[in-house]
Design a protein around this ligand. Structure first.
Ligand code: COA
Length: 282
């Protein structure tokens, strides 16, 4: 018989083992370690009390990992990992796990659960749709080695930013970033990430946020009136000089006009994800 309970007392080692088994046949190779998962738990603020495991004979066979934050006074939960080991799929375990923790999630005052899912992951999509998750937007995922020496605006000077004023940076946005690139995640990453500003006659006209440990770009934005002037190219050139290995830049709203410059710098659009949401307020 399958039992459901929160993950507060499940050893991290066990979660990692089952995570890796559940993702062993995934579209893109995903293998985590205790250290990496612990880091994710800390940065993205895991809520093990409202995360859930499916147990058979006390053995973990499936999990839903929830992370929580408050944005503009609204309590939001993020599903940052769902997995069922191959031998236990097709038993509606995903819905049963989420259903198990929903009453507590509602009592805790969360207004919605957000997640991202690969558009081609039909198993997961079906499970989330059955639960009532709705598609919010389509996202592009890029990766590749950044090419150096692309055309750029030579008047732009790129410099590391020491102080971050989010009210200014947000003026450069067209749309809200997704969870892992959002302000609250970047604030929590703290000194693990670097902000580089593009300066034109000492005015900040764009910026990029780079995570050297994960080799990941989190944000790239240029002030509307300085677009199409080689500013983003200046910022990407700067990262290209610092990082020679494969980098990723994922979950970018497809409505943002960014594909051109990323492809020019050698990044490939390798997948599309769907951002989904389950509203909890009746
Ligand atoms: C996605 C995943 C969590 C779904 O878990 P699950 O509890 O088995 O899901 P369900 O039992 O609700 O099945 C969902 C759909 O997948 C399909 N499916 C699942 N297992 C299947 C199997 N063994 N054979 C055929 N179809 C299967 C069915 O179409 C089912 O839809 P239906 O119930 O309307 O027929 C699981 O497949 C998994 O761990 N995959 C790898 C990790 C992953 O993709 N995580 C999600 C990241 S967003």
């Amino acid at each position: 018989m399958i039992q459901f309970k929160n993950l507060c007392t499940t050893p991290l080692e066990e979660i990692v083992r089952v995570f890796n088994l559940a993702f062993s046949d995934y579209f893109v190779p995903i293998k985590t370690s205790e250290e990496a998962l612990q880091r994710k738990f800390l940065v993205e603020k895991v809520r093990l009390d409202v995360s859930v495991g499916a147990f058979e004979n006390d053995q973990l066979v499936g999990f839903v990992l929830h992370f929580g934050t408050i944005v503009n006074g609204e309590k939001i939960l993020y599903n940052g990992g769902t997995g069922v080991i191959p031998s236990h799929r097709g038993q509606n375990l995903t819905c049963r796990m989420i259903t198990h923790c929903l009453p507590l999630i509602k009592t805790e005052g969360f207004s919605k659960i957000k997640l991202e899912v690969f558009a081609i992951n039909s198993f997961a999509l079906k499970a989330y749709q059955k639960m009532g998750f709705k598609e919010i937007r389509l996202l592009n995922c890029f990766k590749g080695k950044l090419l150096e020496g692309q055309k750029r605006n030579e008047s732009v000077r790129v410099a590391k930013m020491e102080t971050i004023d989010w009210t200014v940076l947000k003026l450069f946005w067209d749309l809200e970033p997704t969870w892992q690139n959002a302000e609250h995640t970047l604030v929590s990453l703290g000194e693990k990430i670097d902000f580089y500003g593009a300066l034109l006659k000492e005015e900040l006209v764009g910026y990029v946020v780079f995570n050297p440990m994960e080799r990941r770009i989190h944000q790239l934005a240029v002030a509307p009136k300085y677009r199409k002037q080689g500013v983003a190219s200046g910022l990407l050139q700067d990262i290209a000089e610092k990082e020679k290995e494969l980098v990723s830049f994922i979950n970018i709203d497809t409505r943002i006009e960014i594909e051109g410059v990323l492809e020019e710098f050698g990044l490939e659009n390798f997948a599309q994800q769907l951002e989904m949401e389950l509203l909890l307020t009746d």
